[in-house]
Design a protein around this ligand. Sequence first.
Ligand SMILES: [Fe+2]
Length: 230
Amino acid sequence: MTAGRALGPFGDDTHDVRVAPDVVLSQKYPFVLPPLGYAFQAAEPAVDAATLRAHHERVHAAHVASLNAALAAHPSLHPLTLGELLMGLRKWPAAVRPVIRLDGSAHANHALYWKLLAPGAPSVAVPGGKLAEMIRRDFADREALQAAIVDAAAAHAGTGWVWLVKTATSRLAIRTLPEEDSPLLEGELPIVGIDLWEHAYAPRPLARRRDYVLAVLARLNWDVAGAQVE
Ligand SMILES: [Fe+2]
């Protein structure tokens, strides 16, 4: 830590990004599964209703339960928000770090993903505001951005997520991260996250990952994405 330098929002000057207002990132132990907020069939045809229901009620819920079970034995971590737990991972007891990394990331990731799939007014079909400016600056246009996201998702081996993030230098970048790793673990702000685990698009065969990502992008709620950088 540099003397005289102001601490970041999490008391850790190694991270410059600011966590956007996000209800789940502000949650503290015990963590709670957020309601989907819309009908399970509302994300069709990108994600079918049965897949969305199992993903929310079984997969996401299991991560929340596992996170709570592990943190029960660490009361010193209970005052911390989920955002703080992820951004400061290296500071927590070694025994609980793997659970925060896996289940804490999964909790944050899925909560954002549900919001990105949420139906909205026709105006949410295109990026606006600050995010639109950043896309023009860093990718030329939305079509180029979406093509790059699809290519990255298709090239990613195994489980994980494809991300559009805001880097520590406030640039947009596409990442693919393994398993449930949140970009917040590396101090990058998630803007768009698309789950690449097979459970996200089963029963479609794995070879259809590109089609699934295209379909999610075609219905993405850009208001939710834009709110991450405002
Ligand atoms: Fe998932």
